[in-house]
Ligand binder design. Structure first.
Ligand SMILES: O=C(O)c1ccccc1NCC(=O)[C@H](O)[C@H](O)COP(=O)(O)O
Length: 205
C-alpha cells in the first residue's frame, strides 16, 4: 500500500513526516492553493518519492520544477491531455493523472490515459482542484476496470481506517493524505500521521 502525504512545505515538518515512513511526499505548485510551495524548502525528503502537484501547467514549467525539486512523479489535477502525460513520461518522469469523481460516468475519461500514466488518483469532485477535505462514494469505483493502478484520495482522516479496511479493488495501490491530518495549511500533525500510517501499514497490504 503506497502512502502519500501531500501538501508539504515546512522543512522541519518535512523531516518529521519523513521519519514516520510515508512512501511518497507531495509538493503543490498550484499558485492558488493555500499549500502552494514557491521556493525549494531548506530540506527535501530523501527516503520518500517526491511528487510535484500541478494544475494546467505547461510542460517546460513542470520540467523546471522537476529539476529544481528533483521530482520522481508529476501529479496532474487539471485538464491536461494524454499527450502531455506522454511527453512527461518521455522526459523520464512518473505520471499520476487525477480524476475528480462524483459518479460512475467520471471514470469514462480514464480510458485515453491508460498506458501513458503510471498511476491514476481518484479524488473528490469539488469546485476547486483538490484538498477539499471531502470524501466521495467509493462504491463508484466498482465501475473502474482499467489496468492503471490508482490512489484513493479526498477527505481521508484519522477515522477513515475502518472504511479503508472495508474497501477492496484489484487496481487499488495506495492512499493520499492531506487536509485531514493538518495543523494548518501545509503543516501536518505528526502524531496523527504516525498512528494512522502505522495502522494502515499493518492492516492493509
Ligand atoms: O491541496 C490542495 O490545496 C490542492 C490544490 C490544488 C490541486 C491539488 C491539491 N491537492 C492535491 C492532493 O493530492 C490532495 O491530497 C487531494 O486533493 C486530497 O486532499 P484532501 O481532500 O484534503 O484529503
Amino acid at each position: 500500500m503506497i502512502v502519500k502525504v501531500c501538501g508539504m512545505r515546512d522543512p522541519d515538518n518535512i523531516r518529521a513526516v519523513e521519519q514516520i515512513g510515508p512512501d511518497w511526499m507531495g509538493f503543490i505548485f498550484f499558485p492558488h492553493s493555500c499549500r502552494h510551495v514557491s521556493l525549494r524548502p531548506a530540506y527535501l525528503p530523501e527516503r520518500c518519492k517526491r511528487v510535484g502537484v500541478f494544475v494546467n501547467e505547461v510542460t517546460p514549467a513542470i520540467l523546471q520544477k522537476a529539476e529544481e525539486f528533483d521530482l520522481h512523479y508529476i501529479q496532474l489535477h487539471g485538464t491536461e491531455t494524454s499527450e502531455q502525460c506522454l511527453n512527461l513520461k518521455r522526459a523520464g518522469l512518473g505520471v499520476i493523472k487525477v480524476f475528480p469523481i462524483a459518479s460512475m460516468s467520471d471514470l469514462k475519461s480514464t480510458a485515453c490515459y491508460e498506458n501513458v500514466c503510471d498511476y491514476f488518483l481518484f479524488d473528490t469532485a469539488c469546485t476547486g482542484y483538490g484538498g477539499s477535505g471531502k470524501t466521495f462514494d467509493w462504491q463508484v469505483l466498482t465501475a473502474y476496470h482499467g489496468s492503471t493502478p490508482f490512489l484513493l484520495s479526498g477527505g481521508l482522516k484519522p477515522d477513515s481506517l475502518h472504511s479503508l479496511k472495508e474497501f477492496h479493488h484489484p487496481a487499488w495501490a495506495g492512499i493520499d493524505l492531506n487536509s485531514g491530518f493538518e495543523i494548518s495549511p501545509g503543516k501536518k500533525d505528526t502524531t496523527l500521521l504516525n498512528t494512522f500510517i502505522k495502522q494502515i501499514k499493518s492492516n492493509i497490504e
